[in-house]
Design a protein around this ligand. Structure first.
Ligand code: KG4
Ligand code: ZN
Length: 331
C-alpha cells in the first residue's frame, strides 16, 4: 500500500507519501500571501494551490524515494474547506489516479485531524476515546469507537475557537493567523489580569461569538481611557483571552469525559499547537486520571500526513471513491 495524499482545504498545500501505514514524507507549503489581508482570501488561496501542487507532490515523492508508478492509491481532502482550494486537490488527485489507473480515496478533513494520532505508533489512544478537535473552522468533541467510526457529541454553535483566537488577534492589530501570536505573547502575561465572561451553553456544545464581542467592548473602553492600552499590556491581554478560551474548552471536555466514563483523551487540529492548551490539558488529565494524547506540532496544523493516515484505514476497508466525485465544502 503506497498512498500519495493531498491536502488543499484551506491555505496549506501539502502532499505526503505513506507506505503500509508509515509516513515516508510530508511536505507542507504554507501560503503567506493572506497575511496582508488579515485572513484567508479564497480566490488567492486556490490560485496559489494551483501554482504549488505540482512541485509539492514532486517533493513528497522525491523525499519518500518513490516513483509515481509505484503508487497504489491517491487520496485527497474532499471537504470541509474552501471550494476553490478543495477543487485543486480533488482535480489533481482524480487526474493522477486516472492516469496511473489506481484507486482514489476521499478523506474528511476533520476525521483526518483525529487520525493524526495514529501516525506515531508509540502514542496511539485506545478505543473508545474522546478527541477535542479544535481548528480554524471547527470546535468539536468527538467520540471515536474505531478508526472510521466517529460521532460528534459536542460542537460550537457559532465561531470556532481558532476563529476566536484569530479575530481577537485582529482586534489587537496582530497579523493573520493570530492564534500562534496570542500564544507567544501569552507566555509572558498574567492569565488572570482581565477576567472575560464565559457563555454557558447547554450540554457539550460551545459558543465563542459572545466572548469576541465582550473582548471588542473591553478593548474599546480601555482604549478610550488609554490609547496605548494594547501596546502597554499585550502579554496580559493575550494571556487573559487565551486563558478564557482554554477554560471554555476544557470545562466541556471534562463534562464529556465524566458523562461517557472515557479516560482516553486526545487533542487535535490547528489550535492543539497552543502551548497553554497543551499544558492545561496535561494538568487536567493528571487531576482526572486520564491518558492524554497530544499530537506532535507538525501534525497539529493542516498537513497531508493525516490525510494519508485516514486513507490508509479506508484502503484497508476497500473504501474507494469514484471518478465522479466533487468537493464538499460543507461536508
Ligand atoms: O487545523 P488548522 O491548521 O486549519 C483548519 O482546518 O482550520 O487550524 C488553523 C487554526 C487557526 O485559527 C490558527 O490561528 C490556529 O489554528 N492556531 C493556533 C496556534 N497555532 C495555530 N491557535 C492558538 N495557538 C497556536 N499556537
Ligand atoms: Zn485543519
Amino acid at each position: 500500500m503506497t498512498i500519495l495524499a493531498i491536502e488543499s482545504s484551506c491555505d496549506e498545500t501539502s502532499a505526503a507519501v505513506c507506505v503500509n501505514g508509515k509516513i515516508q514524507s510530508n511536505v507542507v507549503a504554507t501560503q503567506l500571501i493572506h497575511e496582508q489581508y488579515g485572513g484567508v482570501v479564497p480566490e488567492l488561496a486556490s490560485r496559489v494551490h494551483q501554482q504549488r501542487i505540482v512541485p509539492v507532490v514532486e517533493r513528497a515523492l522525491h523525499e519518500a524515494n518513490i516513483q509515481k508508478n509505484a503508487l497504489t492509491a491517491v487520496a485527497f481532502t474532499r471537504g470541509p474547506g474552501l471550494l476553490g482550494s478543495l477543487l485543486v486537490g480533488t482535480s489533481f488527485a482524480k487526474a493522477l489516479a486516472l492516469a496511473l489507473d489506481i484507486p482514489l480515496i476521499e478523506v474528511h478533513h476533520m476525521q483526518a485531524h483525529v487520525l493524526a494520532h495514529f501516525i506515531d505508533e508509540q502514542t496511539i489512544p485506545q478505543f473508545p476515546f474522546l478527541c477535542l478537535t479544535v481548528s480554524g473552522g471547527h470546535t468539536q468533541i468527538v467520540l471515536i469507537r474505531d478508526h472510521l467510526d466517529m460521532e460528534i457529541i459536542g460542537q460550537t454553535q457559532d465561531d470556532a475557537v481558532g476563529e476566536a483566537f484569530d479575530k481577537t488577534a485582529k482586534l489587537l492589530n496582530l497579523p493573520y493567523p493570530g492564534g500562534p501570536l496570542i500564544d507567544r505573547y501569552a507566555q509572558q502575561g498574567n492569565p488572570l489580569a482581565y477576567p472575560f465572561p464565559e457563555v454557558e451553553m447547554p450540554g457539550l456544545d460551545f459558543s465563542f461569538s459572545g466572548i469576541k464581542t465582550a473582548f471588542l467592548y473591553f478593548l474599546r473602553d480601555r482604549m478610550k481611557a488609554n490609547p496605548d492600552f494594547i501596546e502597554q499590556n499585550l502579554p496580559d491581554i493575550c494571556a487573559s483571552i487565551q486563558h478564557t478560551l482554554i477554560k471554555i474548552l476544557l470545562t466541556k471536555l471534562r463534562r464529556a469525559a465524566r458523562q461517557t466514563g472515557i479516560r482516553e483523551i486526545a487533542l487535535a487540529g490547528g489550535v492543539s499547537a497552543n502551548s497553554g492548551l497543551r499544558a492545561s490539558l496535561a494538568d487536567l488529565g493528571r487531576q482526572e486520571g486520564w491518558n492524554v494524547y497530544i499530537p506532535k506540532f507538525e501534525y497539529c496544523t493542516d498537513n497531508a500526513a493525516m490525510i494519508a493516515m485516514a486513507a490508509h484505514f479506508k484502503y484497508l476497508k476497500g473504501e474507494f471513491t469514484s471518478q465522479e466525485v466533487s468537493p464538499l465544502p460543507r461536508w
